[in-house]
Design a protein around this ligand. Sequence first.
Ligand code: SF4
Length: 482
Amino acid sequence: MQNFESIMEKLKILTDAAKYDVSCSSSGHERRGQDGHLGSSAAMGICHTWTADGRCVSLLKVLYTNKCVYDCAYCINRRSNDVPRAAFTPRELADLTMEFYRRNYIEGLFLSSAVNGSPDRTLEEICEALRILRSDYGFLGYIHAKLIPGASPEMVQRIGMLADRVSINIELPSRESLAALAPQKTAAGILTPMRQITDAMAEQRSLTGAGNKYSKYRYRPKQLPDSNFALLGEEAPREGRYSTAKMVFRGAGKNLTVRQIDAKMAVKEDRFAPAGQTTQLMVGASGESDRQILALSHALYKNFFLKRVYFSAYIPLMSSPLLPQVGSAVPLTREHRLYQADWLMRFYGFDVSEILDGNDPNLDLQLDPKIAWALRHPEYFPMEINRASPEEILRIPGIGTISAARIVRQRRVAAVTYDDLKRMGVVLKRAKYFITVGGRYYGGGVQQEDLREHLILQSGGQQLDLFAQTDERFLGTKLQIE
Ligand code: SF4
């Protein structure tokens, strides 16, 4: 690769600048290949994500550029901040991704960017980088591309056709915060592309049908001829579900036409962002309560069919009268509780108004929200495990969706015993205070009035220390944990 050192310098700047996006977590670890050993790992910007079937894949997590014309108060890359700047060219980024891929460092790319000039100008370059990867190199790996607020419909469409997942970060959870802290962005500039992505995915599903027989196929270029052939011309894919792209090569006295996409594969090839869209909300930079943040998150899942809403604890690195003081506590516990509450809404049938049904609009930082809800509702407990409905079982602290399903399954043939619950994976050190099994209560020894204190002690503060140590965003940053 040309200009290797300058590209590695850009990589260093642009992976460092990308680390505040929490959709991935980086390994941040370097280990060189050695004689007699297999494999190696690169320090810069390798993060991990999980596929729908639970497989962990490594991604190159990088910004296309950190040169920004915007001046968002909370952002380290804002125009007025004095940091080293860099930008890839489309070819550099594509080559770098392929180099990493060939060396087995990564299986995909997580690409975000600051706003260099304008949203569309930046996205045009990103689009070209993705086109090179997909078309020139036939790269089949996972690509998550972040769109920029204010992106035009054309750019959203083009990038959506190249990436597996597209997303646009909301960051600030209210219009007021957006106006105060990121005045160059608008709610419409964020929500309009999100709506377009939602509509494009819905339309596609109605055209092709979810889970049709081609749905597992993806971009599948046929093998390109060797270097004795020169590319004469390319014909872009035509509109339509079964159209193909053609490339014509000349060599050995004859023309060779290569269909880049199998007609059979074309249904899938036309899929727009098959891995869906996500977004990120920043926590603690502005004054929104957890109730507001969870209500927004709920509305986003409902109206935009998001795969995931990520929460990102604000790290007070930037000085501004509008922001928490530099060096003040990073609200990691709050971020963690929001994820737990989000989980309750998505998989346990809780509503925002149930999770925060008291006067306090913020989550209890000392207890996970499911335990906090159970303690506020002693009228439901203890619950007899052999009679409770499936929905009620899911409300019991210490019982997850899998163990709830196991309980319901076993009850069809025989009553569940306390020992059965252990085997089913129920966390009995929590659940035993909220259930009876065959009429017997196993939580004796702790008085009800002491239960809250007991459960707080049981969950302990150590878990949060572990969080602080392992979260790569904070490596090298001096932290004060709440
Ligand atoms: S547009 Fe993005 S990169 Fe630029 S200052 Fe705002 S948050 Fe930072």
